[in-house]
Design a protein around this ligand. Structure first.
Ligand code: G3P
Ligand code: MG
Length: 383
């Protein structure tokens, strides 16, 4: 309750410190609030203490996820203080290598939801593995998973279906420029088939096989060296804390499976080249810091009320996973000079009996029972 957590002499003025809360294993077990989570967020909200929710979860657009979270936690939340795994991908719409008008393949737990997220972000040509399967059913000789959704629109261009590579006709055939994993895929079989087809292709043309593959004189033995699409993962979590009493496999498990398959399919000679964001990677913490500090500066949007505060001195990163939340906060070097303090809770992936040893990059500043304990510890520390 509010009386449990005292507020320093600064009282109602927002102190120049803030919180970043992980969601799964800290605030929720899937849809079930963890005890103390609602009271803590209400308290911080009432006293204008800045916080963001920083999750490796994904698969819904930010506005939909924030609405769901607000209902489950019973606290008004805003996309202004919410960063999920694929939120930073929006930055790839801008700049000299913009993907805005390129063709991108997206996958995750629901193909149509993934397409809708990226269209909402501003990507113009978004396709899914289901689109490719519908255009060329023999590409996948098994019955797709039961959750399979038939696509809503035909592919923008036809697939290449000739057994010989005739580059003269290729420009008229579909070329995929980038592949994005937005959250935990459901149909690993179809997704791994389509993704490996693309990584083996000539310049991203589905249905082709690159003549550069297995060229020992080229780096990586020529694999992924012929204009194939770049591969982006939105998080690398091998495990996460859901409703079951033991941690569950996450998107990092899919990535590990694909990397193992890639090593086999390239005859053991090539490492899968990919970009992964999400916690623990610096890009995600940098993005989160910008969100937390409002628009990079003096103004913090705290639950919709702009408050003039000094630059943040400290952010308490409250997480349940030493490999993402703790290692990320420990390793992040802020360009704003903000200190990120890692706080590990016992309500998620990690436990004394099962979790990894808390040493080096995985060693938190403190281990507490739960999110209420984390906020109490931080306030005592801030005095
Ligand atoms: O898919 C969600 C899982 O990877 C972990 O999410 O909220 O604990 O970062 P979170
Ligand atoms: Mg977590």
């Amino acid at each position: 309750s509010d009386s449990d957590v005292s507020v320093g002499s600064s009282g109602l003025e927002p102190p120049p410190f803030a919180f970043a809360f992980d969601i799964d294993g800290v605030l929720l077990h899937v849809a079930k609030p963890i005890p103390g989570a609602t009271a803590v967020l209400r308290f911080l909200n009432d006293y204008n203490i800045p916080f963001i929710l920083l999750t490796n979860g994904g698969g819904k657009h930010e506005t939909e996820r924030v609405r769901d979270l607000g209902e489950r936690l019973g606290v008004p939340l805003s996309t202004d203080n919410f960063v999920q795994s694929h939120t930073p991908f929006q930055e790839l719409l801008e700049g000299p290598d913009s993907l805005r008008d390129k063709t991108v393949l997206v996958t995750g737990s629901d193909y149509e939801k993934c397409r809708a997220i990226f269209k909402e972000y501003g990507f113009q040509n978004v396709i899914t593995p289901a689109d490719i399967y519908a255009a060329s059913p023999t590409i996948f000789p098994f019955q797709p998973a039961s959750t399979f959704t038939t696509p809503t629109a035909p592919l923008p261009k036809p697939l290449y279906t000739s057994p010989t590579l005739s580059s003269s006709t290729l420009p008229s055939h579909l070329k995929v420029d980038a592949i994005f994993i937005l959250n935990d895929p459901r149909d690993w079989a179809l997704d791994t088939q389509i993704i490996t087809d693309l990584l083996l292709s000539h310049a991203g043309h589905v249905g082709t096989y690159s003549p550069l593959n297995n060229s020992p004189t080229l780096p990586n033995n020529g694999w992924q060296r012929d204009g194939q699409p770049r591969l982006y993962f939105s998080n690398a979590d091998l495990l996460w804390s859901a409703g079951y009493h033991l941690p569950r496999l996450g998107q990092g498990a899919f990535q590990a499976a694909l990397a193992g398959l890639w090593r086999r399919i390239t005859g053991g000679s090539a490492e899968l080249e990919r970009t992964s964001i999400g916690k623990p990677y610096g890009e995600t913490y940098r993005f989160a810091e910008r969100v937390l500090a409002g628009h990079r500066g003096e103004v913090l949007r705290v639950m919709g009320n702009d408050k003039k505060v000094g630059a943040l001195r400290r952010v308490y990163m409250v997480g349940d996973n030493p490999e993402s939340d703790i290692a990320g906060a420990n390793g992040y070097v802020s360009a704003e000079g903000t200190e990120w303090v890692s706080v590990l809770v016992r309500t998620g992936v990690w436990s004394e009996e099962r979790g990894r040893k808390l040493e080096g990059e995985f060693e938190p500043r403190v281990v507490v029972d739960d999110v209420m304990g984390a906020v109490k510890w931080a306030f005592r520390r801030e005095g």
